[in-house]
Design a protein around this ligand. Structure first.
Ligand code: MN
Length: 205
């Protein structure tokens, strides 16, 4: 159980086969303005890998890109819409197929409007995580221990949460509609980047 820090790419062959949990840290929420600083990835076996990109990076990360683009590897996210856009914009790969714990939560936890990662980890797994470093400077020359631990914790629970959420989606008969939503997420991310970020093209207006 360790957090591994890498510069500019993932080493080869550090991940077990199967689904990977993925998250990103950026300079902000405007993808084309706010550069990608960190990609976190975990195979769910207890280790997390942080890949740090420097200011001015060429984002030439063949090992990481190969994992992200592998159509045989399911990618687990919490709010995939944002990460898919950042990854496609900066790394040039579509990091699908997708399972999104936030979408799954919205489809089954209809008794609450609290769908943040912290809420979900607490309710589904009975553990607590800190979101204190969420709005920190991910472009700093050195990432602090607190930042590294925070970044790692964002991918630490996604495999276990997927198990619980799939059980609930099946119980409520919503697995099929969830899957259709996951399959649409790359398109939703592309609409964000193409200028429809704040528009619901399905609404009458
Ligand atoms: Mn994060």
């Amino acid at each position: 159980m360790a957090v591994h820090f890498h510069e500019e790419d993932l080493p080869a062959d550090v991940l077990a086969p199967g689904p990977v949990a993925v998250d990103t840290e950026t300079m902000g929420l405007v993808t084309h303005r706010d550069r990608l600083c960190v990609v976190q990835i975990s195979d769910g076996k207890g280790d997390e890998h942080l890949v740090r990109f420097a200011n001015g990076s060429a984002y030439d990360a063949p090992n990481l890109k190969a994992v992200l683009a592998d159509p045989a590897r399911l990618k687990l996210y919490h709010f995939a819409r944002f990460d898919l856009a950042a990854i496609e914009y900066y790394l040039g790969v579509l990091a699908a197929p997708v399972f999104c714990t936030k979408i799954a939560s919205k489809l089954v936890r209809t008794y609450t409007d609290r769908h943040g990662l912290k809420n979900l980890v607490e309710e589904l797994l009975g553990e607590s995580i800190s979101k204190q470093q969420q709005s920190s400077d991910w472009g700093a020359p050195e990432l602090s221990e607190a930042q590294r631990e925070y970044a790692a914790s964002d991918v630490r629970y996604l495999h276990r949460m997927r198990e619980v959420l799939v059980g609930r989606l099946e119980r409520e008969g919503r697995m099929e509609i969830a899957q259709a939503c996951f399959d649409f997420l790359p398109t939703r991310a592309r609409l964000d980047m193409a200028g429809w970020a704040d528009k619901d093209i399905f609404s009458h207006e």
